[in-house]
Every structure is written in structure tokens, then in C-alpha cells.
Design a binder for this molecule. Sequence first.
Ligand code: NDP
Length: 282
Amino acid sequence: MPHQALQEIVCCLGQPVAGNPTQYMMEKAFVAAGLDWRYLTLEVPADKLTDAVRGLRAMGFRGANFTIPHKVAVIPLLDSLSPAAELMGAVNCVKRDGAKLLGENTDGKGFVQSLRSLLDPSGKRIAILGSGGAARAIAVELGLSGAAEIVIVNRTVGRGQDLVSLLNDKVKVNSRLVHWKGDFEVPAEIDVLINATSIGLGDAQAQVPVDVATLRNELVVADVIFNPPRTKLIRDAEGRGCRTLDGLGMLVNQAVIGFKIWTGVDPDPEVMRDALEEFLNI
Ligand code: NDP
């Protein structure tokens, strides 16, 4: 069909971005919603980020996702930040509003939306493995959602302590650090255990150092790893009778939130999850 009007463009900027599934998922959802929008995946090295953002402004892109290595570096190039993005110090989603670029972070919101399908995080005690970008985004959103306590379990003390201080001082949620050495024994009062490390990425046999005998059947166990989605941790947790959440839910939900931020329209999450599973061949 010939196009009468210009299409709207959004994009993902990162390096490396080959194999990123978001374009496939977004474009299926645009079609399903009857929107004449396009999503481009663009390889942009760190030293070209400023030019790339100037380009987005010049070409009137409606928005963008930013991924590794740009989530922090993009902040000074934007006009404003959402409160959550400001607290996290990281942006993964930008919306253009007139001439202004507004920074948001949808990673943690996507996780919390996915978790809500199993339980309300308000009043819950939560242990998070890892202190990188994903852990930070998830921890801040869980704190803002009313979690009673967030235990950060990290191998590197300095990075873990930075996140604990952010949670206690800025997000105002009770938080403490466990220095991760050997297998983590999940304390009996914990309601939700989240693997937010990169252990398991591309390796279904990779073992997250957790004492499997401490996975009680009342626990919810979540993993941010989406490829492969049935990680060893998820399989071990299921074997212990826990309710589980794989990383696909977080990925789909953060895309659902980004789609709404850009277009103002609610996409069909089923279309997105199906597209993701088709893309990842699972
Ligand atoms: P970062 O590199 O920022 O952080 C990685 C974290 O994992 C660090 O805390 C690091 O600990 C820890 N870690 C890595 N290897 C080990 C190990 N062998 N033992 C103990 N700790 C380890 O990565 P991100 O936070 O950005 O991403 C983490 C994962 O989350 C990635 O695999 C990514 O694909 C996934 N992700 C999934 C999303 C989804 O939608 N499902 C969204 C965003 C990310 P230390 O501080 O000690 O180095």
C-alpha cells in the first residue's frame, strides 16, 4: 500500500545490538495496533552517542531505547528525567515531547508489573542477587512499590553498598548488604528471591550460587535472564515447589510500558510475548 503520510520512527541505540529482539516485538505490536510506526535497531559506539542523539532530534524520532553502553551516558544529553530514572541514574527509554527529550527507566517497572501477576510487592521482604543496572532498576521500583525490606546480595562489596545506600537514603526502604561468598542461604523471612546477575545468560546449565535446599515452597523465585528463559535457577526453584517468573515477562512488560509512553496506546502483550518467543525460537 503506498504511504500518504510519513511514518513515525523509534529506535534502539546500543553496542552490540545484533540479536536484540525488541524490534521484532515492537513492529508486530505496531501492526496489531494499526499504527504506521517503525522501530530501528542501530549500532552506535560510545564516542558517537552525542551525534546520534543530535540526529534523533534533527530527524524527529518519536523516542528511543538506550541499551549497553549508553544507559548512563545519555543522561546529560536529555532535557529531563522521570523521578525513577533520576534515582537510578540510568535511562533506557526516551520520549520526545515537542523539542524536548524526556528520560525514563522501564526495566524495573517491567519487572514489577511481571511480579504483580504472582504477588503484590508491598510489605514483602525481597532478596536481590546482583547490583548492576538491572538490579538497581528493580530494587528502586520495588522500594517505590512499598517493599518492607530489600536485601542486596553481591560479590563486589563496593557496588553492593552503593545500591544499599541509595535504597536506604533516597528511596527510603530498609536495605542491607550480604557479601556473596559461596552458596547464598535464603533467609526464612524472605518472600521473593530475584537473580539480577548475568549468570545464566546463554547458558542453561550455569549455576547461580544459591543453596537450593533453602528455596522454600512459599518463595517466589524470579530470574532476569530471558535467553534461555528456563534457567537452572528457575528449574531448581520449580523442583522445590516455588512459584517462578522468567525474564521474558520483564522484557515484554518493559516493552509494553515503552510502547505506551511513545504512542499513548496500550499494545497487546500477547502479541509481544508470541513475537519474542518466535524470535528466540522457544
Ligand atoms: P551489569 O553488568 O550491570 O551487572 C551484572 C551483575 O551480575 C553485577 O552485580 C555482578 O556482580 C553480577 N555477577 C556477574 N557474574 C557474577 C558471578 N559469576 N558471580 C556473582 N555475581 C556476578 O549487568 P546488568 O545489570 O545490566 O544485566 C544483568 C542481566 O540482566 C543481563 O544478563 C541482562 O541480559 C539481564 N537483563 C534482563 C532484562 C529483561 O528485561 N529480562 C532487562 C535488563 C537486563 P559484581 O558487582 O560483583 O561484578
